[in-house]
Design a protein around this ligand. Structure first.
Ligand code: PMP
Length: 378
C-alpha cells in the first residue's frame, strides 16, 4: 500500500490543472511584459488568472500579488515591521512567519506571543490582552497547519478593536484555509493574506499575497518593477494559470471535498480505534476536517513515522513540515501538551480524492504499528 496522508505538506497537481497550464509553458511562453502580440497574449492570461483568483477570494485584482509561494508572501507581508514596532503573534504560526518574527525582534521590534491556545484555538480575550498598547501589526494563521484549528477572525479583530479602538494592521496566513473553507478577503477586514497553490492541488512554486488597497509594503527586492513594483521579476504565467484553475476547482468542489474528507476521517478514526490510548489534540469539531493531530502516548513519533513509511503510509510528526526537523513544534506547548508527550505526536492530513477503503486500511495499519511499537506490556 502507498498512501499519502500528508496533504498539509503538499498535494498533487491535478491533471486538469496541468492541462490548463501546459500551453502557457510550452506554446505561449512569451514574457508578459513584452509589448508584441505574444507578450500581450501572455499578459492577458496572467491578468485573467489574477481576476479569477481575486473574484474567488473576495479581493480586487489589483490586490493580488503573485509570489513563489506562501513563504515569500509571508515575508513580504512582514517586511514592513520596523524597529520599535509592537507585533502580536503566536507560536501557532508556520516557520515562515515565526522566523520572520525572530528576525524582526533582532532588529528591535517587540513581539508579544500568545502563551496559550487550547486545541490550537485562540481565545479572543487572551488575544486582546496580549499587548499593553495597540500593536502596530497582528498576525494569525486562519487554519492551523498542525492542529487544523480555524480561528474566528471576526472575534479576534473585534476583541482588539474594542480594546484599542482600531483593529490596526493584520496579516493572515491562509495557506491551509484557501480552497478548503470559504475565504473572503474583504469580509475578513485584514491588511494582507497569504497562500500557496500546492496546498489545494495546484502547482508548487506559486502563491500570492493579497494586499488591501491603500496598504503599502516595502518590496522584498527591486528590479523591473513588475506587479506595480511590489514584486519585480518576470511573472510565471503558466503557474498563475495553474493556481487560478486549481482554486476554481477547489471552490466549486469545496462542499463535496469536505463531505469526502469527513467520511475519510471517520473511516480512519475507526481504523486506529483499537490502539487506544490516543488523543486528538486539535479541535474536535469546527476545524479542518481532514487534519488529525494525534498524540499516541508511549510511542516516539520518529520511530512510528519510519515504521509507517515502510508500510507505504506517508504522514508527518507534529513538527515543522518544512525541514524534516524532528524537533517538537512550539505549537504543542501552546496547546498545553505536557512536554513528555510532545515527541509522540503524529499529524495525518487526508485528501478528498483518497480511496475510503484504503484510508480505513491505513488506519488499521497505523493501529497495528502503534501497538507493536508500544510492545507486549503496554
Ligand atoms: N504557511 C502555512 C500555514 C503552511 O502550511 C505552509 C506550508 N507548509 C507555508 C506557510 C509555506 O508555504 P510554501 O512552502 O508553499 O511557501
Amino acid at each position: 500500500m502507498a498512501i499519502h496522508l500528508d496533504h498539509n505538506a503538499t498535494t498533487p497537481c491535478l491533471p486538469e490543472v496541468w492541462d490548463a497550464m501546459r500551453p502557457w509553458a510550452v506554446e505561449a511562453w512569451a514574457n508578459p511584459a513584452s509589448t508584441h502580440g505574444a507578450g500581450r497574449a501572455a499578459r492577458r492570461a496572467l491578468e485573467d488568472s489574477r481576476e479569477e483568483i481575486a473574484s474567488l477570494l473576495g479581493a480586487w485584482p489589483d490586490e493580488v500579488v503573485f509570489t513563489s509561494g506562501a513563504t515569500e508572501a509571508n515575508a513580504m507581508a512582514l517586511a514592513g515591521i520596523r524597529p520599535g514596532d509592537l507585533v502580536a503573534a503566536s507560536d501557532l504560526e508556520h516557520p515562515s512567519i515565526r522566523e520572520n518574527m525572530t528576525l524582526a525582534e533582532s532588529r528591535g521590534a517587540r513581539v508579544n506571543r500568545l502563551p496559550r491556545a487550547d486545541r490550537g484555538i485562540i481565545n479572543p480575550r487572551d488575544w486582546a490582552a496580549l499587548c499593553p498598547e495597540a500593536p502596530n501589526l497582528q498576525v494569525a494563521t486562519l487554519a492551523g497547519h498542525e492542529t487544523g484549528a480555524v480561528q474566528d477572525m471576526a472575534a479576534l479583530i473585534d476583541a482588539t478593536r474594542r480594546r484599542f479602538g482600531d483593529a490596526g494592521a493584520w496579516h493572515i496566513d491562509a495557506t491551509q484555509a484557501v480552497g478548503k473553507i470559504p475565504v473572503d478577503f474583504h469580509r475578513l477586514e485584514v491588511s494582507t493574506l497569504s497562500f500557496s497553490a500546492h496546498k489545494f492541488f495546484g502547482p508548487k512554486g506559486v502563491g500570492a499575497l493579497l494586499v488591501r488597497r491603500g496598504v503599502s509594503l516595502p518590496p522584498l527586492f527591486v528590479g523591473g518593477g513588475q506587479q506595480r513594483g511590489r514584486r519585480s521579476g518576470t511573472e510565471a504565467v503558466y503557474l498563475a494559470v495553474g493556481m487560478a484553475k486549481a482554486l476554481r476547482m477547489a471552490v466549486d468542489g469545496m462542499v463535496d471535498r469536505q463531505i469526502a474528507c469527513t467520511q475519510l476521517r471517520e473511516g480512519f478514526l475507526a481504523g486506529i480505534a483499537p490502539c487506544k490510548p490516543w488523543e486528538i489534540l486539535g479541535p474536535l469539531a469546527g476545524g479542518l476536517n481532514h487534519v488529525l493531530l494525534i498524540a499516541f502516548s508511549g510511542v516516539r513519533s520518529d520511530m512510528a513515522l519510519m515504521a509507517l513509511d515502510l508500510e507505504g503510509i506517508s504522514c508527518s510528526a507534529g513538527a515543522a513540515c518544512s525541514s524534516g526537523s524532528s524537533l517538537p513544534s512550539p505549537a504543542l506547548a501552546l496547546i498545553g501538551l505536557p512536554e513528555e508527550h510532545r515527541k509522540s505526536v503524529i499529524r495525518f492530513s487526508l485528501g478528498p480524492f483518497l480511496n475510503p477503503d484504503e484510508v480505513s486500511m491505513a488506519g488499521s495499519a497505523v493501529a497495528k504499528i502503534i501497538a507493536r511499537l508500544r510492545g507486549p506490556h503496554a
